[in-house]
Design a protein around this ligand. Sequence first.
Ligand code: BT5
Length: 241
Amino acid sequence: MICFDEVGSTSDAAFNAAAHCNGQALVVTAEFQRAGRGRLGRKWICPPGAGILASALLFDPGGRLPHEALTIAAGLAIAEGIEESTGVQAALEWPNDLVLDGAKLAGVLVEVRGRGSARHVVVGFGINVYAAPPARQVGRATAFLAEATGSQATLERVEILRAVLVALDRWVMAIQAGGADALRDRWRQRCHMINRRLTFDSAQGRVTGRVLDIDPFQGLILLSDDGRRLCLPAAASSIAR
Ligand code: BT5
């Protein structure tokens, strides 16, 4: 593990360290990020010391960790780790958000660089623990764990991070072993989007329809209002806001 007081982005630090890791996994954390990023050019904003900012570097020379499945697995691992360490039950919002009553508690950013024996995957995540930026600053309602538990005193970030990493490790091994069914089932239990009519921005433009399923390897399966069965990949899709 490398722990920074301040860094640009923990995910950049993880990629930069890859050359020195000799194939060993690495976790980078920071108390503050100057340039924390979300997906599709968006920002992740967290006041100093208020949350968990972490990036796990995974080596994947065999290409057995697809972006799609890792995004799903990381969200689930965060939800499970939070529940185990704090008792808070967060819902999963496809593709990469954790929410409490619709307010965003945590987000995942999976990035892949290099190929072949130099294929590096970084799973970055931010979790709001003691505070969250206000909605007016980030453009949507936010949540944080201390608000949900009613107390800061019982929340130890290191315990939450440990529980998340243990769960992530388990799901990464499950993906490598081809065990996607359990991943799909657990995801669906924590996701309230199935069978709802929702609108998404995707590479195919804006589409509205009924969510049929979440497939860990393909993406979200949508029956569009005009009767098409669409598959939206996580990397390029978001709920329209
Ligand atoms: C995400 O992107 O949710 C992925 C966030 C990943 C952040 C981690 S922190 C450690 C690692 N290092 C990095 O540089 N990044 C990763 P996306 O789905 O694009 O959501 C971004 C949107 O979430 C923003 O446009 C805001 O609307 C909102 N947002 C930003 N900061 C937030 C916060 N602290 N809490 C809740 N919502 C936030």
